[in-house]
Write a protein that binds this ligand. Structure first.
Ligand SMILES: CC(C)(COP(=O)(O)OP(=O)(O)OC[C@H]1O[C@@H](n2cnc3c(N)ncnc32)[C@H](O)[C@@H]1OP(=O)(O)O)[C@@H](O)C(=O)NCCC(=O)NCCS
Length: 181
């Protein structure tokens, strides 16, 4: 599976040509607020660390660059394998200009459905800062359920860290029940 289409989005695999797209995405402090506290990512780091990471996740699940109906790059979605390809972590990062239109939910649902239906996934989970209410809402609207709040030790904590991180999950049996409902 190299392309995934939804009503409004096209998800595709990353290529080495995505340096500019990713640099622009991570240059907005609003986008990185709950990831690095608003610190942006230099182009060189995109080239040497970020893009290689996106390119490395090329298994049946993995990382997906997203485009809207106009063809514009709007960000990315992830189903990162943990331990093996049956337990995957959902992630997403969209340009601020694309927020508030349901894109994150639309892309996440499509990937989660493909994971359970076609790719042998048994469990999807997602984590974010407890204070990242928009991301938590996307998890809920994608069908994931709140599992736990946990606290991590950070050398350089960002505002909101004191409230901890949250984990949501969706098991294949619950997805099937939702899909059949
Ligand atoms: C989180 C993010 C992916 C959401 O993208 P999006 O396309 O706007 O999401 P959707 O439109 O599908 O849904 C967002 C939902 O969250 C709600 N929401 C957004 N911000 C909110 C906030 N501050 N408080 C409460 N709810 C909020 C929206 O109202 C919407 O819910 P609704 O449909 O019930 O009204 C986007 O803001 C983003 O990329 N942020 C930066 C990167 C990031 O934080 N990624 C997650 C890291 S784990």
């Amino acid at each position: 599976m190299n392309v995934l289409r939804t009503d409004r989005l096209l998800l595709r695999r990353f290529t080495p040509e995505d340096v500019d797209n990713l640099t622009e995405l991570d240059s907005d402090p609003a986008v990185t607020r709950y990831l690095t506290g608003g610190r942006t990512t230099p182009r060189e780091t995109v080239e040497t660390e970020i893009l290689p990471r996106h390119l490395a996740y090329r298994g049946p699940v993995g990382r997906w660059a997203a485009h809207d109906e106009t063809g514009a790059f709007i960000g990315w979605f992830a189903l990162d394998p943990r331990d093996d390809h049956t337990n995957v972590e959902l992630g997403y990062r969209l340009r601020a200009a694309a927020w508030g239109r349901g894109y994150a939910t639309e892309g996440s649902r499509a990937l989660v459905d493909a994971g359970f239906r076609d790719l042998g996934v048994l469990r999807v989970f997602a984590e974010t800062m407890a204070v990242n209410l928009g991301s938590r809402r996307v998890m809920e609207k994608t069908g994931l359920r709140y599992l736990r709040t946990f606290h991590l030790e950070w050398d350089d904590p960002i505002p909101g860290t004191e409230h901890g991180e949250v984990e949501y999950e969706l098991l294949r049996a619950d997805w099937a029940a939702q899909a059949g409902a």
